[in-house]
Design a protein around this ligand. Structure first.
Ligand code: NAD
Ligand code: MG
Length: 398
């Protein structure tokens, strides 16, 4: 029986709602019991209020300050404390609980993940951007506080499940699988006209809009490469990426003796979330299961770096270290949202990342001061300004 006090940061998103669904399934089948401390949302007051009525958290926070009154109204009479704004989310994330899901999207999730990492809890980390921006410092903070990180990203959850954490020297290589996204076979001449609707229609996974665009551009695999390097302390030269369109093998660990261990399952984010929620136990839920004979075959191919340059840019950024992974992430985020707003062509997402990295290095952009999170956020802010300039220049040139 899993019995935990829990906070879900970003409870109204794709990962957040799946987390709450799994908690409900565990309570229903008697495998879990949860007391919710905090739920937070970005601006969807209706959904956050509905979740609050179901889970009765002590505190509900909406990031958008302008929506505070609406949330107060929606929760009046429930006794649930209401907060609004970024500082309130950080305060909420600092509350000691057994388990925190960090599932806010983008660099916006960095401060709260950093706050939660300092409390000594189990941190289920979906927000890969916080690892990319300050991975080593975040891991150190968790260690010092006596907590631990359980990766939620499906590839990293897969590796976590087959990685010898107490004997990492036994590992010779990590292999991240990538679905290849919706444009795996699209000829480059047809990629110029890709629309946001096409990009968010992922063939295998149902996810939030930003990560769907990242999957389509393979910037997501770039972020995941950096995430894996930090989480499992591996150089990029020992991390391969293989395209596996069926998304059944979620990643692999190659051992020095030639054995390779993989974690498999149907592509459903609820499985890695359930793993994080119940770790080190395993919880039953109505999970889709594999039928290998029905699948017939699994296929693999090398990523096409010419059509998906973001992956190579991530390797370079990881190798360069310092500000580069933060700049990669910031530029990608600006580009992905500009594409979603129809202000940037799909193929220019990687161009924005490349040019922003170049310009940031040329301008001598340096790490900020303060905690690793604040230092990274200072770089993030500057890199966004550069990236926005690059987006407008490309837009005018188009
Ligand atoms: P989403 O867009 O569906 O949800 C994001 C959540 O963050 C929502 O609750 C939203 O309200 C909140 N939010 C957005 N902007 C905010 C801000 N400025 N301040 C505070 N809260 C804000 O995203 P998602 O797909 O659930 O992804 C969440 C994280 O998990 C991302 O970092 C993503 O890379 C990672 N991830 C997601 C999946 C997936 O299947 N969706 C898989 C692997 C990793
Ligand atoms: Mg992933």
């Amino acid at each position: 029986m899993i019995s935990r006090t829990i906070s879900v940061l970003g409870s109204t998103g794709s990962v957040g709602t799946s987390t709450l669904d799994l908690m409900a399934a565990a309570e229903q089948n008697g495998s879990g019991q949860f007391q919710v401390e905090v739920l937070t949302g970005g601006s969807n007051v209706g959904l956050l209020a509905e979740q609050c009525r179901r889970w009765k958290p002590k505190l509900a926070v909406i990031a958008n300050e302008a929506k505070r009154a609406e949330l107060v109204d929606a929760l009046s009479g429930t006794g649930i404390e209401v907060g609004a704004g970024d500082a309130a989310i950080v305060e909420a994330a600092s509350r000691p609980v057994d388990w925190v899901m960090a599932s806010i999207v983008g660099a916006a999730g960095l401060r709260s993940a950093w706050a939660a990492a300092g409390t000594g809890n189990t941190l289920a980390l979906a927000n890969k951007e916080s690892l990319v921006c300050c991975g080593p410092a975040l891991l150190e903070r968790v260690r010092t506080a006596g907590g631990r990180i359980i990766p939620v990203d499906s590839e990293h959850s897969a590796i976590f499940q087959v990685f010898p954490l107490d004997a990492p020297e036994r590992v010779s290589k990590l292999v991240l699988t990538a679905s290849g996204g919706p444009f795996r076979q699209t000829p480059i001449e047809n990629m110029r006209a890709i629309t946001p609707e096409q990009a968010v229609a992922h063939p295998n996974w149902s996810m939030g809009a930003k990560i769907s665009v990242d999957s389509a551009s393979m910037a997501n695999k770039g972020l995941e490469l950096i995430e894996a390097a930090y989480l499992f302390d591996m150089p990029q030269s020992k991390i391969d990426v293989v395209v596996h369109p069926e998304s059944i093998i979620h990643s692999l660990v190659e051992y020095v003796d030639g054995s390779t261990l993989a974690q498999m399952g149907p592509p459903d984010m609820k499985t890695p979330i359930a793993n994080a929620l119940s770790w080190p136990d395993r919880m039953p839920w109505p999970a889709p299961k594999l039928d290998l004979a029905a699948l017939g075959q699994l296929t693999f191919e090398r990523p096409d770096v010419a059509r998906f340059p973001a992956l190579a840019l991530a390797r370079d950024a990881l190798e360069a270290g310092g500000i580069s992974p933060i700049v990669f992430n910031a530029a990608n985020e600006v580009a992905a949202f500009a594409f979603l707003d129809r202000r940037l062509a799909f193929l220019n997402i990687a161009a924005v990342i490349a040019e922003t990295l170049e310009k940031a290095t040329r301008d001598g952009l340096a790490m900020g001061t303060g905690s690793a999170a604040e230092a990274a956020l200072a770089v993030d802010r500057e890199a966004r300004l550069i990236a926005r300039g690059v987006v407008s220049a490309l837009d005018m040139a188009a």
